[in-house]
Design a protein around this ligand. Structure first.
Ligand code: SF4
Length: 208
C-alpha cells in the first residue's frame, strides 16, 4: 500500500448524499479495501492510500453516483444545507448552488474560482473568503467578490445585496465575465480586485 497515493472523486452534489447512495458508495469502497477516505473542503470524496490501477477501476464503478466535472472552470461550488435542511436558513442555498454550477462561459476563467453559498447571514460556507461569496439575509441574497482564504488572505468586496435568485445568478455571471475579460492569466480574483479596484468593478458589473 502506498500511503501517499491520493485521489479525489469529483462532484458529490455539493456534499449531499441520499442514505441509499451513501450505502452504495460505502459498498464499493469496501470492495476495493480503500484504507482511508476523506471529505475535502470542496466537498469531494478523497480516496487515500490506494494503488493507481485499483483507483481507476473503483472510480469507474462510482461514476453513476457522482456528478460530472464542471466544464465552466469553476473549481467548486460549496453550499450549506440552507432553508431545505437548516432551521436558521432563510433561503435555499442548495437550489441556488445547483443553478450556479450550470453557468457556462465562452472562454476558460483566468484562475481557480471557489464559490461559497450560505442560506443565512451566519455564513457557514465562509463567503467572505471565497472568490464568489453569497449569503442570504431577510432582504435577499448578498454577493461578495474577490475573497481568498489562502496564504495571502483577503475579504471579498460587497457588490450588491437584496437580490432575488435570478438577480444573483445573473450578477455572478457578470462578475465572472468581467474577471474573465480583464484579469491576467492565473490571477485569482483577490489579486485581480486589488489591481482593478472595487469602484471600476462595480461600474462594470452593475452598469447595465
Ligand atoms: S449558513 Fe445559516 S442556513 Fe447555512 S448551515 Fe449555517 S446556519 Fe444553517
Amino acid at each position: 500500500m502506498n500511503q501517499k497515493t491520493y485521489s479525489v472523486v469529483p462532484g458529490l452534489n455539493m456534499g449531499l448524499f441520499s442514505p441509499k447512495d451513501l450505502e452504495e458508495i460505502v459498498t464499493i469502497i469496501n470492495k476495493y479495501n480503500v484504507p482511508m477516505t476523506k471529505i475535502t473542503s470542496a466537498q469531494r470524496l478523497a480516496l487515500l492510500g490506494m494503488d493507481e490501477e485499483e483507483q481507476k477501476k473503483l472510480k469507474s464503478e462510482l461514476q453513476p453516483l457522482i456528478r460530472p466535472v464542471a466544464t465552466n472552470g469553476v473549481h467548486y461550488v460549496q453550499a450549506c444545507p440552507g432553508s431545505q435542511w437548516c432551521k436558521f436558513g432563510t433561503s435555499d442555498s442548495l437550489a441556488l448552488g445547483a443553478r450556479i454550477e450550470q453557468l457556462s462561459f465562452p472562454e476558460p476563467l483566468p484562475g481557480k474560482v471557489k464559490i461559497g453559498i450560505s442560506g443565512c447571514r451566519m455564513s457557514c460556507t465562509e463567503p467572505y473568503v471565497r472568490d464568489v461569496g453569497i449569503f442570504a439575509t431577510k432582504k435577499g441574497w448578498t454577493l461578495v467578490f474577490g475573497g481568498n482564504g489562502g496564504g495571502n488572505p483577503r475579504l471579498g468586496d460587497k457588490i450588491a445585496e437584496g437580490l432575488s435568485d435570478d438577480q444573483v445568478v445573473d450578477l455572478v455571471r457578470k462578475c465572472l465575465t468581467v474577471y474573465q475579460q480583464k484579469a491576467k492569466y492565473k490571477s485569482r480574483s483577490a489579486r485581480f480586485m486589488e489591481r482593478f479596484g472595487i469602484d471600476a468593478f462595480k461600474e462594470a458589473v452593475l452598469s447595465e
